[in-house]
Design a protein around this ligand. Structure first.
Ligand SMILES: *[C@@H]1O[C@H](CO)[C@@H](O)[C@H](O)[C@H]1NC(C)=O
Ligand SMILES: *[C@@H]1O[C@H](CO)[C@@H](O)[C@H](O)[C@H]1NC(C)=O
Ligand SMILES: *[C@@H]1O[C@H](CO)[C@@H](O)[C@H](O)[C@H]1NC(C)=O
Ligand SMILES: *[C@@H]1O[C@H](CO)[C@@H](O)[C@H](O)[C@H]1NC(C)=O
Length: 484
């Protein structure tokens, strides 16, 4: 571990960046045998920058359209944003970090000129470079990720090329960066497959290749230190490799919106530190892993939009998940009953089981979901009385969705108003004895009501959920490593 920053702080910094890219500057400057962990940038009066590195920095600046930098006498003196240096024992400054792009109003690294910016090969003349960061730099001059970055292998620890418009494949030379901890290529137009050479980068703690057009299957990597794996919004095929279960440091796995098939590997249960698992919008099939009972840190499980072949929710699946806060199993072709054990999840805030073929009644245990704020059971085949009372119904209001079930009813005094689209159990009992035609008419009316409610609230609710979700996760994912 690096002595310069306590591990928990650097981890939190990385996570903060991954989850909240625009809110915080991102600099991790660990120590190096040759360099001194002294205050940087002009604090040591006699120190001067290595002449070759000075030239290399000016090349890199020029290539990004920052030709003005030629007027800087010493790039390591004067606290230039985006340039960080450290002195060695002979009072020579070395460049350890270069950053470009406006992250926020507070954190403005040099911008890239939109005309014809590119990454200068002179970056390879910076033998102490640990961080290379380009954000929204080459968007107007689409170019591949240069293979020469592979020559920074002996020092580079953080490579961020985020929202840069890069095209073509991820060069296999990236696998030469064996000291890399953070690789972030989020939101480019990269295609081709994930290079197998990446497996050589054994110390990765954060891998974000999300928002590209990557094809092929997920390589069977085992990264013992990997904490964040983001491959969402790509075109990945094949099944989820069971080696994922050997990446025991994982706290976040996000593979949503790909074309992954096959079952969720049983080995996932080994990930005791996992906080977020999002596998939504793939083509995953059942059965569910036999047990998730060891995933005691899991706070969010999101599997919606995987239309599995007639799968039932195992009754004891959630035993031990004491911190599960968000459970989203919508539109998965689930059938059979809602397990009673769901009502015993003490931390549940959001539960979506909508658009399935669940039948039977809502378990009585749902009365125990004291903190639930959003419950969707709509578009199923549920029957019988709604087991929770006025207080819970009022608390959730429109975030409670029960419409389009075959036979839900409310007990008198439960708090449902006329207009909920759901009748009282007394009336339902009376109706079941009456003529078929009457029943048919009343169902037709319910359908109209359903469509109106659905149309008015679904867009708003979807936006709200998108906003709510990151807040929960940021709070938990950032603070848990800090406290532990
Ligand atoms: C990558 O490393 C291999 C040896 O491991 C070396 O032959 C090759 O030249 C390196 N490529 C780059 C681009 O650094
Ligand atoms: C990647 O995209 C480029 C166009 O940007 C195309 O020429 C190339 O064939 C694509 N490669 C793969 C593997 O899809
Ligand atoms: C639920 O549906 C299944 C068939 O999918 C059926 O066997 C079972 O009896 C139903 N249960 C209830 C309570 O209606
Ligand atoms: C009601 O839900 C079922 C799924 O259980 C769905 O197939 C049907 O289209 C829904 N009806 C309406 C009116 O949305």
């Amino acid at each position: 571990m690096d002595p310069f920053l306590p591990n928990s702080v650097s981890t939190a910094a990385i996570l903060l960046f991954c989850l909240l890219p625009l809110a915080a500057p991102f600099t991790v400057i660990p120590s190096d045998s040759g360099l001194i962990d002294a205050p940087q940038n002009g604090q040591r009066s006699r120190a001067r920058t290595d002449a070759r590195e000075q030239e290399a920095v000016l090349d890199v600046m020029r290539a990004t359209g920052n030709a003005w930098a030629a007027g800087i006498v010493d790039v390591c003196r004067g606290r230039w944003h985006g340039i960080e240096c450290m002195p060695d024992r002979d009072d020579v400054y070395h460049v350890v970090s270069l950053s470009f792009g406006v992250l926020s109003d507070d954190t403005a690294f040099p911008t890239c000129d939109p005309a014809r910016p590119y990454i200068s090969p002179s970056v390879t003349k910076l033998p102490h470079l640990r961080t290379l960061f380009f954000y929204r730099c080459f968007t107007h001059n689409p170019q591949p990720i240069p293979a020469f970055l592979g020559r920074l292998g002996s020092t580079l620890q953080t490579l961020v090329l985020r929202e840069n418009g890069h095209v073509g494949p991820i060069p296999s030379e990236i696998g030469n960066l064996t000291r890399l901890r953070v690789l972030d290529l989020h939101n480019n137009n990269l295609n081709g497959s994930i290079p197998g050479s990446l497996g050589r980068v054994a110390g990765l703690t954060s891998l974000d290749l999300s928002g590209n057009r990557l094809t092929g299957s997920m390589p069977g990597f085992g990264f013992p230190s990997l904490r964040v794996l983001d491959l969402n919004q790509n075109l990945l095929t094949g099944s989820i490799p069971s080696t994922l279960g050997t990446c025991l440091s994982l706290i976040k796995i996000d593979l949503n919106h790909n074309h992954l098939i096959g079952p969720i590997p049983e080995s996932i249960n080994h990930l005791r530190d996992l906080i977020l698992l999002d596998l939504s919008y793939n083509h995953l099939s059942g059965p569910f892993p036999e047990s998730l009972k060891d995933m005691t840190s899991l706070e969010a499980l999101i599997l919606k939009g995987n239309p599995m072949e007639s799968v039932t929710i195992p009754n004891d699946w959630f035993a031990g998940m004491n911190v599960l806060t968000i459970l989203v199993l919508s539109n998965m072709n689930l059938h059979g009953p809602i397990p009673e054990s769901l009502g015993r999840l003490p931390s549940l805030l959001v539960l979506h089981l909508d658009r399935n073929r669940l039948n039977g009644s809502i378990p009585e245990t749902f009365q125990n979901l004291r903190s639930i704020a959003e419950l969707r059971l709509n578009d199923n085949r549920l029957t019988g009385p709604i087991p929770f009372g006025r207080e819970m119904i009022w608390r959730m209001r429109r975030k409670l969705r029960l419409y389009n079930n075959s036979g839900l009813c409310y007990d008198g005094g439960s708090g449902f108003e006329d207009g909920s689209g759901i009748g009282s159990c007394d009336a339902a009992a009376a109706r079941s004895g009456s003529a078929r035609t009457v029943q048919h008419t009343s169902e037709g009316n319910d359908g109209d009501m359903t469509r109106k409610v659905q149309a008015s609230s679904s867009v708003e609710a979807r936006h709200r959920f998108l906003l709510v979700l990151p807040q929960f996760l940021i709070a938990s994912i950032v603070f848990i490593p800090l406290l532990s």
